[in-house]
Design a protein around this ligand. Structure first.
Ligand code: HAM
Length: 424
């Protein structure tokens, strides 16, 4: 008995037809980030469960409800729900702070899958992919602004037009304490009207009430005090400097005093970029400053700043480009048995010359081969028959325009390269 299976709920296959877009986004991110001095880091998907509880926070939705945690022997490990904690863990574990000097932070970026046990819907999966960047060791507001400017360059570069940058400051540990007291005073008389989760949040970590999705609660929270109003002088100055720098770069933003983000490690600047093309899950990316995290995870007192963008969400609003289809340069069409045999060796030579070449693995009728060319998205067909081999003149057809020439084998690679606008 055979059986058929489907991809696990909330996960999906990325098929060859879509992969060109993924490659383009990744390549744009790599080249943009590298121009700003970032280097790639790859950390494991599995981390100690405790790492996320400590950094993302034990009372956040991510840690409470969304982690894929498994018991491996006597260890509890979790498939990373995000990558900031892992990057900071690696930074501390490998003493990367040794190379950080005043004004010269460590700049790291990553690309890869993350896992959250959430209810799947448009723009929300259980396995999704992030491109992210982290700067470790820079307290300066310029770090925040420059990293956002880099991100902006990436978004513009891949053609994301409908986007809005939302910015806020959640203060540091000291002004957060002041805010917590004000918030508790506001919440206390309203507890009976708030959901059970918010009652728990009130007791454990009041700031997390802003994660609540219940309509009635959200309406109540509309009139809650904002953390922005509770900033100490240092945090207020930092925030206005970030804004001044962004203004200097000409990057538009709105201040959203109610945005606190769903992770506990943030201090001072937090931000999101939302896109109108996305529906309910409209955050393309999110990030912020986390000045206490390196120390919390056993390192020195060094600040951090970063962001991560959701690749699936970004791809939903990224415009198509003609080059997105990964195409084959040449289909070799063998005519008859001698033609087929000759095409086998010609394929090898053309591939060695750098062309991408496809051909059937058995002699096939001409019509069947040309039909395939269309499916494969091949740009050119080269006809290889007995006469052609004898004269070293091959039919070379542009499958988009239908234009056909005759060329010696030695001219094929150059011709294809010229058509692609590249030098070989
Ligand atoms: P986050 O806001 O939890 O932040 O996630 C960042 C982005 O990942 C979101 O804006 C969204 O585009 C995407 N994302 C999150 N969950 C899902 C999902 N279930 N399905 C599809 N896409 C999703 C972080 O992860 C922080 N580590 C960002 C950061 C880096 N902060 C500082 N450094």
């Amino acid at each position: 008995m055979s059986a058929r299976y489907q991809a696990v709920r909330g996960t999906r296959d990325i098929l060859p037809e879509e992969i060109g877009r993924w490659h383009r986004l990744e390549a744009a991110a790599r080249s943009t980030f590298e121009r700003y001095g970032f280097r790639e880091i790859r950390t494991p998907i599995l981390e100690t469960t405790e790492l996320f509880a400590r950094s993302v926070g034990g009372s956040t939705d991510i840690v409470r409800k969304e982690m894929f945690t498994l018991q491996a022997g006597d260890e509890s490990v979790t498939m990373r729900p995000e990558n900031t904690a892992s990057v900071v863990r690696a930074f501390v574990e490998h003493n990367l702070h040794r190379t950080v000097g005043a004004g010269f932070p460590e700049r790291l970026y990553y690309v890869g899958p993350m896992f959250r046990y959430e209810r799947p819907q448009k723009g929300r999966q259980r396995q999704f992919h992030q491109i992210g960047a982290e700067v470790l060791g820079a307290p300066e507001p310029l770090c925040d602004a420059e990293t956002i400017e880099m991100l902006w360059a990436l978004l513009e570069g891949v053609g994301i037009r409908a986007k809005e940058l939302r910015l806020n400051s959640v203060g540091d540990a000291a002004c957060r304490g002041v805010f917590r007291d004000r918030l508790k005073a506001f919440l206390e008389p309203r507890l009976a009207d708030l959901c059970e989760d918010c009652n728990r949040r009130y007791a454990e970590n009041p700031l997390r009430v802003f994660d609540c999705k219940v309509e009635k609660d959200r309406a109540i929270l509309e009139s809650a005090p904002t953390v922005l109003d509770a900033l100490c002088e240092g945090c207020a100055t930092h925030f206005s400097e970030v804004r001044r720098r962004l203004d200097g770069y000409g990057i538009p933003y709105v201040v959203d005093a109610r945005m606190v983000r769903g992770l506990d490690y943030y201090e001072r600047t937090v931000f999101e970029v939302v896109s109108s093309g996305l529906g309910a899950q409209n955050a393309l990316l999110g990030g912020g400053r986390y000045d206490g995290l390196v120390e919390e995870l056993g390192g020195p007192r060094l600040p951090g700043f970063g962001f991560a963008l959701g690749m699936e969400r970004l791809l939903l609003v990224m415009p198509e480009e003609p080059g997105d289809r990964v195409a084959t340069d040449v289909l070799l069409v063998g005519l008859g048995a001698p033609g087929f045999e000759a095409s086998v060796s010609m394929a090898r030579r053309l591939r060695a010359a750098g062309l991408s070449v496809t051909m059937p693995l058995a002699e096939r009728p001409l019509g069947a081969q040309l039909k395939r060319a269309d499916k494969l998205g091949a740009r050119f067909a080269v006809f290889v028959g007995k006469d052609e081999i004898e004269k070293d003149r091959y039919g070379f057809k542009d499958l988009a325009t239908g234009e056909q020439l005759e060329l010696p084998e030695g001219a094929i690679a150059e011709r294809v390269a010229a058509a692609k606008g590249t030098q070989r």
